[in-house]
Design a protein around this ligand. Structure first.
Ligand SMILES: *Cc1c(COP(=O)(O)O)cnc(C)c1O
Length: 229
């Protein structure tokens, strides 16, 4: 199967999941996660109509964004404070805001560039020690702290689901995140606009869609397995 075929099939699966669940969003965006894949693969996806791409490392996002600036580039991986300066203005959405030091740096660099940077707050729902993301009890006060950072706009929440053998076991985690999303959205804070709920990867995006995700981040099912050397 070609990249174009894979995307077509995934879009069909997303639509089927959407139609079978009353909790699904009206529209779901596919973020094609192209990390470790060459620009040729990204271009092939782009030529088939895919518009949004996700990368988890700044060093990879920047050259791909420069090669294909008309695409929308999202940073989905852990962001180190010292890398922020390279991506301000190059990314449509940072999915991985999860600490105040990082927020301060994004604020400072965005202000200097005269931009407002859209961010999702990453939540570590299952409180897994090895993963990034805020724990649930910290979430509301973290979002409140963004009131003093006018060059950051909070656009929603992101999570990376725990690794489970049966993807069905992830459903409670996803429904908990949806509940938090609705709770934060209902606060109607002026510096936030709860538009995006980002979760679901190759093995569980169908469940994420059923539970209300409106951005799913799919890599290997589009581009094939990744090789890390
Ligand atoms: C790599 C990655 C994905 C995509 O994972 P696949 O299993 O290849 O679909 C999604 N989200 C994040 C944060 C990632 O790092």
């Amino acid at each position: 199967m070609s990249i174009a075929d894979n995307i077509k099939q995934i879009l069909g699966n997303i639509e089927a999941a959407r139609l079978r669940s009353p909790r699904a969003a009206k529209q779901v965006h596919l973020l094609a996660v192209s990390k470790t894949k060459p620009i040729e693969a990204v271009t092939e996806a782009w030529n088939s109509g895919q518009k949004w791409f996700g990368e988890n490392r700044v060093q990879e996002l920047v050259p791909k964004q420069e090669a294909l600036p008309d695409a929308e580039w999202h940073l989905i991986g852990h962001l180190q404070t010292n890398k922020v300066k390279y991506i301000i203005g190059k990314t449509a959405l940072i999915h991985s805001l999860d600490n105040i030091g990082l927020a301060d740096e994004i604020e400072k660099r965005s202000a200097a560039a005269g931009l407002i940077t859209d961010c999702l707050v990453q939540v570590n729902i299952a409180e897994e020690e090895q993963k990034s993301g805020l724990y649930v009890p910290e979430l509301a006060s973290f979002i409140d702290a963004m009131a003093d950072r006018p060059h950051i706009k909070i656009k929603g929440l992101m999570t990376i689901g725990p690794v489970v053998e049966d993807p069905e076991d992830i459903r409670p985690v996803f429904s908990e995140l949806r509940r938090l999303f609705e709770r934060e959205k209902a606060r109607d804070l002026p510096f936030a606009d709860f538009q995006w709920l980002s979760r679901g990867m190759s093995h569980d995006y169908h469940i994420a869609v059923e539970e209300g995700a409106n951005i799913v981040r799919v890599g290997s099912s589009i581009f094939g397995a990744r090789q890390y050397n």
